[in-house]
Design a binder for this molecule. Sequence first.
Ligand SMILES: [Zn+2]
Length: 110
Amino acid sequence: MKCPNCDTKIKSSLTAKCPNCGFKFDEAYYQEQSSELDTDDNFHTSSIDPEDYPSSGLVFSSFLFPLIGLIAIFFRSKGKPYTRKIYIIATLVGTIAWAALLFLIFNPLG
Ligand SMILES: [Zn+2]
């Protein structure tokens, strides 16, 4: 953060006084700082993350083996909402395809 009085950069957010000019930070100033950080975080999560792209191999594996899809959803898509969505769709489609296939092979009604 920066001192609002002299623009000196202050490393510790726990400092109550500017080491350069002695400006005292009050509680309202801290709240302003933290609310600005919150806005930054929201902006970050709503912006497109270039890393947020699913691995095509894992999507294919999720479709063939829904269990791999579940693993991908839980362990390979942390903080990647788009990636997670793709894995979930691939896993669901794979599960339905497997269910349909098993139903045709072991037709419980036949
Ligand atoms: Zn200062």
